[in-house]
Design a protein around this ligand. Structure first.
Ligand code: HPA
Length: 295
């Protein structure tokens, strides 16, 4: 069994790509052929695991380059299984920038997914609600983001001469957003659409920061997802992202923000989050089938 150490982490693009190819080869040896759809399960979304017919799984610790999450609620394993009969690859838990991992480390699994031939990625997370219409327990599909993490995961990578700057005018795929909205209607889940502000953490925000983010157009705030979405777009994946609104953001209610509250809300909405994700998987599979047939 191989444990990932910080010093073994690659950082430059060529090295990163070679390492991602190597880890993808290892996954191919351990798991049957991966499907086109992968889902990163963040806080509040692991309820879907109760609905999965598992085919094979492997711990992140056994995958070179995969950072191991150290935070409660993030299992740290790759699981191939069927959701309502549809084959999906699940990343159960993620490592975060605030844990001390580098941007290259936390986005490495996304590069591996691209090497595995994954074409569509659903990212999930727990977030604080800024928009006053959002209630804890609601969901939000991301239409766009604001990157306040202070870093970009592509910094320092040697750009290709054709595309030195990655276009981010459509990070979150419009067709996948429509599928998420249809899935929410089917699952009878309150789903908003909005802008996610990403912060580095590990502190929660101050009320003044939240007021500023609200003025800048943010509807929710969280500490993940954006680096993965950027790298996924760089790798040419279609991306969708979903937040569980776990709490009201700092200063928007009398309550302080606490991790215990975030975890408790994740548990409370487990049924809805798994229904929503399962319906999305069903619709995604149907749409992909239709698209193949009409070609
Ligand atoms: N802020 C940042 N990240 C979060 C929050 C929050 O209020 N809730 C869940 N993740």
């Amino acid at each position: 069994m191989r444990k990932t150490t910080r010093s073994s982490q690659p950082t430059h693009s060529a090295t990163l790509n070679t390492a991602a190819v190597r880890t993808a080869v290892r996954i191919r040896r351990l798991l049957p052929e991966p499907p086109p759809l992968a889902i990163v399960l963040g806080s509040g979304f692991d309820g879907i695991l109760g609905q999965i017919t598992a085919i094979a799984q492997v711990s992140y610790e056994d995958l070179p380059g995969f950072p191991t999450p150290r935070i409660q609620g993030h299992a740290g394993k790759l699981l191939l299984g069927r959701v309502q009969g549809v084959l999906v690859l699940l990343l159960c838990g993620r490592a975060h920038f605030y844990e001390g991992h580098t941007m290259a480390e936390i986005t490495f699994p996304i590069r591996v997914l691209a090497e595995l031939g994954i074409s569509t990625l659903l990212l999930t997370n727990a977030a604080g609600g800024i928009n006053p219409r959002f209630r804890p327990g609601d969901f939000m599909c991301l239409t766009d983001h604001l990157n306040f993490m202070g870093v970009n995961p592509l910094r320092g990578q040697r750009p290709s001469s054709e595309a030195p700057f990655l276009d981010l005018s459509t990070v979150y795929d419009r067709a996948l957003i429509r599928q998420l909205r249809a899935a929410a209607r089917q699952a009878k889940v309150r789903l908003h659409a909005g802008v996610y502000a990403a912060v580095s953490g590990p502190t929660y925000e101050t009320p003044a920061e939240i007021r500023a983010f609200a003025k800048l157009g943010a509807d929710a705030v969280g500490m993940s997802t954006v680096p993965e979405a950027i790298v996924a777009r760089q790798c040419g994946l279609r991306v969708a992202a979903l937040s569980c609104i776990a709490n009201r953001a700092a200063g928007t209610s009398r309550e302080p923000v606490s991790h215990a509250e975030v975890l408790a809300m994740g548990k409370r909405v487990q049924q809805q989050s798994s229904k929503l994700v399962a319906r999305f998987v069903g619709l995604y599979s149907l749409e992909s089938f239709r698209a193949r047939r009409s070609r």
